[in-house]
Design a binder for this molecule. Sequence first.
Ligand SMILES: CC(C)(COP(=O)(O)OP(=O)(O)OC[C@H]1O[C@@H](n2cnc3c(N)ncnc32)[C@H](O)[C@@H]1OP(=O)(O)O)[C@@H](O)C(=O)NCCC(=O)NCCS
Length: 150
Amino acid sequence: MNKTITFRNMSVDDLDDVMAVEVNSFTIPWSREAFFNELTKNQFAQYLVVEVDQKVVGYCGVWIIVDEAHITNIALLPEYRGMKLGEALMAKVIELAREMGAMRITLEVRVSNERAQNLYRKFGFEEGAIRKQYYTDNMEDALIMWVNLK
Ligand SMILES: CC(C)(COP(=O)(O)OP(=O)(O)OC[C@H]1O[C@@H](n2cnc3c(N)ncnc32)[C@H](O)[C@@H]1OP(=O)(O)O)[C@@H](O)C(=O)NCCC(=O)NCCS
């Protein structure tokens, strides 16, 4: 792919693009207001976007609370999936969490979302508990995954 890939912090000016990613990725998308609050009011939140030729095509968020990080979400526009951008973005977020003192990262993922689970396993995430009926659209269970950072 002979294109320029950039990773940077998300700003409120990105929210139109981020919402396009969001509504094309999730059956229960976060609202624009939710992202706005994350960026402006949540002191624990860090959000990165990935750009291809200066177009925002994906994002990932993490809350870092003392030594524990929690990935809130990761998503790419459908036409940009399967090109290793998710993996590169995840690597950046893990690096950021580590730099900010995280010793462990957790996340929740739908039990049916094998693509995302495969991505997380590549970074050493292991399966933890199940949160029953966590997703309210279809009452699907969430798998909690975690990794200890070395
Ligand atoms: C999940 C998501 C972020 C992965 O990003 P991506 O750029 O498509 O993934 P990558 O190309 O970086 O692939 C990295 C790894 O993910 C896994 N993966 C990616 N696409 C896959 C597929 N179609 N089937 C199975 N595993 C897949 C593989 O382990 C892959 O590594 P490999 O190519 O060495 O096998 C992206 O597909 C997405 O936005 N999905 C919709 C939103 C979502 O489900 N987010 C997760 C919420 S918890």
